[in-house]
Design a protein around this ligand. Structure first.
Ligand code: ASP
Length: 495
């Protein structure tokens, strides 16, 4: 490698900053446009006016020279004739959407759309290797363990997930009680106390669905979907039973998995070298379409979430790393930085998984058997950042809605449901927002109030995804050390 070649995490950081700077500039200086059309209009329309301003598009439809109605595309607003996305507009007003596609859109929006497509190519490459990587890596990892080590590792891993998620939620609750982001302003909300979303799934249903996912009725279907929980459960069962069958069968399967794993890992490494470019485009997309507002609005709320995430990632997890895993948090964070920065930019822990696996094994020196066991499971069910975020967001909404803090008993309900909701959340962008419905329902808050926090969800999603991945990685270090101690003790007893 050339001595002048920057380390990968620096390249990714530069890609991210460059994307953000260009995107914010475009959003500032090239996000407005206005067009008036009088020709080539569908039946009955005499004119159409399209105005784009900082992510909000207004389409005025005129009949006989008189304004008939205005339809709006705005992810941060809701109401009659207001649609969160162009796709949503297409469903209800296909003609307006067609005209907007042809004649609307500022430079910032069109650059954003192209950047999104290019950034998604990188995510697709990561998705491409995710399933084969999980399978080969898990089979190699599990078959490298002795029989009772699998059970022990499973219990420990789950223990780590629950403890760190609860610590994260407690930090979030503490911060939102201290900062009280929803109690300072003069915001008045129209929601009625006690309104409950009828279409919201029940918590017990969500949990049962997770248990069902552990037993895929059709493992091939689970591969195609892909349903990570089903794939993980089936692969672990397959590897454990291969060990039970033993003999040459087990040897051959283990050997084949190792061979395939090395090839997939080489592919992953090649894809990862493209991370700086992928991250550049993803950042450009977010900032060009949403502007600096993505970092600015709803300031106190964002501050509460950011401080709580920062405390969990910068104090709690490093303490666990230092005193339980006996590792330098600083060095470990450096080793994990390509995965953390990619998680931040892509807001998807599933998408980042191949990179996380490779960083843990190749940069942090953690064994494949630990990484392949802890990470795929963690990317699906261990989400400290999401759990923390759910707790803060729901308490913030409750503060805005009721005008006071929820009592302790209700906060405990929020904490427990946030834990379960984070287990149920998929490792994809905005999954946490979807799961929040369950918690809002648990404390009788109307779901529409989620609209208030939509505008800043993306930036918070980026932060919480990075924390999710960081917690999974720290989990690897912890389990690795605990397993090591067992091995040493066993060797000492045997000798
Ligand atoms: N985007 C998060 C993740 O992939 C999930 C969430 O929305 O909280 O980990």
């Amino acid at each position: 490698m050339s001595p002048f070649r920057l380390a990968l995490h620096w390249q990714i950081l530069i890609g991210m900053l460059a994307g953000a700077v260009i995107g914010v500039s475009l959003n500032l200086f090239a996000s407005s446009s206005s067009t008036r059309l009088t020709a080539d209009l569908p039946d009955g329309l005499s004119a159409v006016e399209i105005e784009d301003r900082s992510g909000r598009a207004e389409i005025g439809l005129f009949r006989d020279g008189v304004l008939d109605r205005t339809v709006v595309i705005d992810p941060a607003d809701s109401g009659e004739h207001v649609y969160p996305t162009l796709d949503a507009l297409t469903d209800s007003e296909p003609e307006a959407a067609r005209l907007y596609r042809r004649h609307g859109g500022s430079l910032a929006l069109s650059v954003g759309a192209t950047a999104r497509k290019l950034g998604n190519l990188f995510l697709r490459m990561l998705q491409m290797v995710a399933v084969p990587l999980i399978i080969t890596s898990l089979v190699t990892g599990v078959m490298g363990l002795s029989g009772n080590a699998v059970g022990r590792m499973f219990t420990r891993t789950l223990g780590y997930y629950v403890i760190t998620s609860m610590l994260a939620i407690s930090t979030g609750l503490l911060m939102v009680n201290l900062i009280r982001p929803g109690l300072g302003g003069a915001v008045v909300l129209g929601g009625q106390v006690g309104e409950v979303a009828e279409e919201a799934p029940r918590l017990s249903e969500i949990l049962f669905a997770q248990i069902e996912a552990l037993i895929p009725a059709n493992p091939i279907g689970a591969l195609a979907e892909p349903n990570f929980l089903s794939i993980i459960a089936f692969t672990i069962a397959f590897a454990v039973f291969a060990m039970r069958v033993g003999g040459t069968t087990a040897d051959r399967i283990h050997e084949a998995a190792k061979t395939a794993f090395s090839v997939i890992m080489a592919m992953t490494t090649a894809i990862i070298s493209l991370a700086p470019i992928g991250v550049f485009f993803l950042m450009l997309y977010v900032t060009a379409t949403q502007g600096a507002a993505v970092f600015r609005s709803l300031g106190w709320y964002v501050l509460a979430v950011a401080l709580a995430l920062g405390f969990h990632a910068g104090v709690t997890l490093p303490l666990i790393l230092r005193y339980v895993a006996k590792r330098s948090p600083h060095r470990f964070a450096r080793a994990m930085s390509p995965a953390l920065l990619t998680a931040f930019s892509s807001a998807s822990s599933n998408g980042t998984l191949p990179l996380t696996l490779s960083c843990v094994e190749e940069r942090a020196g953690i064994s494949n058997r630990t990484g392949s066991f802890v990470l795929p499971l963690g990317a699906t069910i261990n989400m400290d950042g999401t759990a923390l975020y759910e707790a803060v967001a729901v308490l913030f909404i409750a503060q805005l809605h009721f005008g006071f803090n929820l009592p302790l008993s209700q906060q405990i309900v929020v904490a427990l449901t946030a834990l379960l909701a984070s287990v149920g959340a998929a490792g994809i962008p905005h999954a946490g927002l979807v799961m929040m419905v369950i918690i809002l329902q648990a404390v009788n808050l109307p779901v529409e109030l989620q609209g208030i926090i939509l505008a800043v969800d993306r930036v918070l999603d980026m932060g919480r995804t990075a924390v999710n991945v960081w917690s999974d990685s720290c989990g690897c270090a912890v389990i690795e050390t605990l397993e090591h101690r067992v091995t040493e003790r066993t060797i000492a007893v045997e000798s």
